[in-house]
Design a protein around this ligand. Structure first.
Ligand SMILES: Nc1ncnc2c1ncn2[C@@H]1O[C@H](COP(=O)(O)OP(=O)(O)OP(=O)(O)O)[C@@H](O)[C@H]1O
Length: 299
């Protein structure tokens, strides 16, 4: 299965939120979607679901193009689900009833409901009414509902919101299981380190376009990284081309071999870097590089 989004454009009045976006995702992939608040992540998912009018663009799944007709949208929603909004939960229904409804609508059977409840450790609360649930319990229920729908494509908006670290790990491991079953999953998230643990690629949305895509399966440039002061950075000379000083205070020096790495580790430590590490830029580093205006390259 392949999902292709072609030339998607969304405008609200004069403002262009998505500007001619195209991308393709193969089955068995998790794509992270990151950007600051208000950039257009939810808009992208809403547009893909056709919940909002799009000015231009099409969704193609396995060579079938889904347009704006009622027939196409119904067919699209059999293949793609969007993470439920907590506000749409029914306070007087139990969690189990919610999961059963999703299983019956999408899969026409509720056989897997018990297994999903066990997998997400929801047994101790799932038969209570939703009105008694905490934020994290509701969030896990929304995730369980998507698991019950079990569509080949899943759009997860802020799936980790309100989850404690243990449940972030739990949901992350279920996402990996879903990927191994061949799903296409897009995860919009502000938990950048968490995305590094499981995403195949991370799309960075900026000014209506994906200005950078980090592919976690590609060979990456290695950097020596350490936090030093701006003054200390400005005083350094003979740094290799491609050295970055991020607004977080992180100095990132590209290296070619071990001797190089040892040399720059010593240099950063001599400049009071508390910790210095060797590795590729993480999603959080790219985020600061892309969205913070004061980032500079050193020639
Ligand atoms: N119905 C609407 N009418 C006008 N503008 C809208 C509407 N919905 C969203 N917007 C605008 O579109 C932009 C993108 O919003 P969106 O919710 O997609 O951002 P986001 O990246 O998901 O943000 P967050 O991280 O806060 O969830 C925002 O500037 C928002 O104000």
């Amino acid at each position: 299965m392949t999902l292709a989004v072609n030339n998607l454009t969304v405008r609200y009045g004069e403002r262009t939120i998505l500007d001619d976006i195209s991308f393709e995702i193969e089955k068995g992939s998790i794509i992270g979607l990151v950007a600051p608040n208000g950039t257009g992540k939810t808009t992208l998912f809403n547009a893909m679901m056709r919940y909002i009018p799009v000015q231009e663009g099409s969704i193609v799944i396995d060579d079938r193009t889904y347009q704006n007709s009622r027939r196409d949208i119904l067919a699209l929603h059999k293949k793609v689900t969007f993470f439920p909004d907590q506000a749409d939960l029914y306070e007087n229904f139990s969690g189990r009833e919610h999961i059963q409804i999703y299983a019956e609508i999408w899969q026409k059977d509720a056989e897997r409901v018990d297994a999903i409840i066990d997998q997400l450790h929801m047994g101790h609360y799932v038969d209570r009414k939703v009105q008694t649930y905490s934020l994290g319990m509701r969030q896990r229920l929304c995730f369980a509902m998507m698991c019950a729908a079990n569509t080949p494509i899943m759009l997860m908006d802020e799936v980790m919101n309100g989850l404690d670290p243990e449940n972030v790990n739990l949901v992350s491991s279920v996402l990996e299981t879903l990927r191994s079953e061949g799903k296409i999953i897009m995860v919009a998230s502000h938990l950048l380190d968490n995305l590094d643990e499981y995403a195949d690629k991370v799309f960075f949305l900026e000014n209506g376009r994906f200005t950078y895509i980090s592919d976690h399966h590609e060979a990456k440039q290695t950097y020596v990284k350490g936090k030093i002061s701006r003054d200390a950075f400005d005083a350094l000379t003979d740094l290799p081309e491609g050295t970055l000083y991020l607004d977080s205070g992180l100095c990132c020096i590209p290296t070619t071999d071990d001797a190089d790495a040892v040399h720059y580790l010593q240099l950063l430590r001599a400049n009071d870097a508390q910790t210095a590490t060797v590795g590729p830029l993480a999603t959080a580093d790219h985020y600061v590089r892309i969205y913070d205006f004061t980032t500079e390259n050193k020639e």
